[in-house]
Ligand binder design. Structure first.
Ligand SMILES: [Zn+2]
Length: 207
């Protein structure tokens, strides 16, 4: 009697670090290639089916499609945050340029407003790059604010508005034009008008 069957065998092709959704963190992985072999008297002979490649987490043993190696939510979140911070900077510079002329740009005011909105000190190179970018762009401050409204949460929006007030109002009094700018801005940020008035009161703004 001839005893035959099949058995699958996985070989490791490479290994490294990846983000495992099951473990919810970075772990070691192995990229494996699995093939089904024909066996004769329990001995592997030739492959009969190629199951292809898959990724296995060495910690939890969960297996994934190879595409998982491109997935890194922590890195994505970082990139997302970088875009968010740059948009805030662009907005503050655009507001300053719109309000004053480019020649009269008060850099320290932008630095302070940025620090207030983000809790991050502004890097000089980042500021100069942003300045060049905003200067050469047709994007209006309402368009930048519109973009921000899609990624900022309620706290973020409020912080951005408060920082913008610092840029737009010289002292605690706002002119009709400045008020219009602030309302346009709030609308683009999708902050309800009643809420905006509350922030004005808190910031001691008289109209
Ligand atoms: Zn895992």
């Amino acid at each position: 009697m001839i005893i035959w069957g099949s058995r699958s065998k996985a070989s490791t092709k490479e290994s490294g670090r990846f983000y495992c959704p099951h473990c919810q963190g970075h772990r070691q992985y192995e990229l494996k290639h699995s093939k089904q072999y024909f066996t004769l008297y329990f001995v592997r002979t030739f492959p009969i089916q190629d199951h292809g490649e898959y990724v296995e987490c060495t910690s939890c043993k969960t297996t994934y499609d190879k595409k998982i190696l491109d997935y890194d939510p922590e890195k994505e979140a970082e990139e997302y945050k970088a875009v968010y911070l740059l948009l805030i900077l662009d907005l503050l510079i655009k507001l300053a340029i719109t309000k004053n002329s480019i020649e009269n740009l008060d850099i320290s005011k932008i630095e302070n407003a940025y620090l207030q909105a983000t809790q991050i000190s502004l890097d000089k190179d980042l500021l100069m790059n942003a300045y060049q970018r905003v200067k050469n762009s047709d994007k209006t401050y309402t368009q930048i604010a519109n973009q921000l409204s899609t990624i900022a949460n309620e706290f973020g929006k409020e912080a951005i508005l408060r920082a913008s007030i610092k840029i737009i109002s010289e002292d605690k009094t706002v002119t009709k034009n400045e008020l219009e700018m602030l309302f346009d801005l709030s609308e683009s940020l999708q902050i309800p008008r009643a809420y905006v008035r509350g922030i004005f009161i808190e910031e001691d703004i008289t109209i």
